[in-house]
Design a protein around this ligand. Structure first.
Ligand code: SF4
Length: 310
């Protein structure tokens, strides 16, 4: 019988996602009447958020080639400068909702390249954020998505090297990446560009894991950080599930002989709070109203904002 539901100290929307949504909503509300407003790629990786904008008449495009006119909003994940240039050449007005912590990576890379460094970026080559970062580094960057890919890179003992990382990477995994990189290239400079929102959400899972029998992470299958939180939950708690919404909660998890008495709830940085609240409500209903809901109090967000420096 489910007796306890504990909500992670840090979960759901981060500063960069809230900011991007506000910029897009504001643009659509104030300028949408006279202009066609289009978001390039998904404003954030969550179907509910994307659908909300679609219902408001805001378009979505995968390429500048598909946008004829009007205002083009750049998503929280950022974009390559040549995409912005081609949009402006077409006469589109570009509104930039790139997260300041992604822009910070662009600045770090520019400064490092100005000092002659070649960049190795640890991240998913298919992610929008990586495409934007690669676009800011021209031909002075290589992307590695795994330990194996990192170790397979050339010797490069004659090159000055810098290592950066995707904002939403697994913080503990990156400690290993850093060690491997330093073993292979003792002279490499490491710039840990994982954002504080990511670290805090991952630490909150580690805090939650020993207190519960299972952790549900609410988030989209397209959200890298949500998938990572589910994987960390599985490793730390022994049972972690990524669910898109309350509808994905399975009745067979809570049969009469179920050993799940306590459950943790978290959510990716692109997951709106209403989806988390729906999950908590459904869990309370499953417990016939008996489960106690404990919401761990978040610490202030000051550090998330502080890391915009640099
Ligand atoms: S996860 Fe981090 S980098 Fe990405 S939008 Fe949120 S605060 Fe910005």
């Amino acid at each position: 019988m489910l007796k306890k539901i504990i909500v992670a100290r840090h979960h759901g929307f981060c500063m960069g996602v809230e900011r991007a949504i506000e910029i897009a909503e504001d643009t659509a509300a104030k300028r949408g009447g006279q202009n066609k407003v289009t978001i390039l790629n998904e404003i954030v990786h969550n179907e509910a958020v994307v659908e909300k904008f679609r219902r408001q008449g805001v378009g979505q495009a995968l390429s500048v080639d598909d946008v004829a006119d009007g205002i083009l909003i750049i998503s929280a994940h950022g974009i390559s400068p040549d995409v912005v240039e081609s949009a402006e050449r077409k006469g589109l007005e570009v509104v930039d909702a790139t997260c300041p912590l992604v822009s910070r990576i662009y600045r770090i890379i520019s400064k490092a390249m100005a000092r002659g460094l070649y960049i190795i970026h640890y991240g998913d080559p298919h992610h929008d954020e990586t495409a934007g970062i690669v676009g800011h580094a021209a031909d002075r960057i290589s992307v590695a998505a795994s330990y194996e890919e990192l170790l397979a890179l050339p010797d490069w003992s004659d090159r000055q090297l810098g290592l950066t990382v995707q904002t939403t990477a697994h913080a503990m995994e990156f400690e290993e990446v850093e060690k491997l990189a330093k073993r292979k290239w003792p002279h490499i400079e490491v710039f840990n560009t994982i954002c504080n929102a990511t670290t805090r959400r991952q630490e909150a899972i580690i805090e939650l894991a020993p207190q519960v029998d299972m952790i549900l992470v609410v988030g989209s299958q397209t959200s890298a950080n949500s998938k990572r939180l589910a994987r960390i939950s599985d490793d730390a708690c022994g049972r972690g599930e990524l669910i898109g919404s309350a509808e994905d909660i399975r009745d067979d998890w809570f049969t009469v002989d179920s050993t799940i008495e306590s459950i943790g709830v978290s959510a990716g940085a692109s997951t709106p709070q209403f989806l988390v609240d729906d999950v908590i409500e459904r869990l309370v209903r499953i417990s016939d109203g008996q489960a106690e809901v404990i919401r761990l109090v978040p610490e202030k967000r000051k550090e998330e904002l502080d890391s915009t420096a640099g």
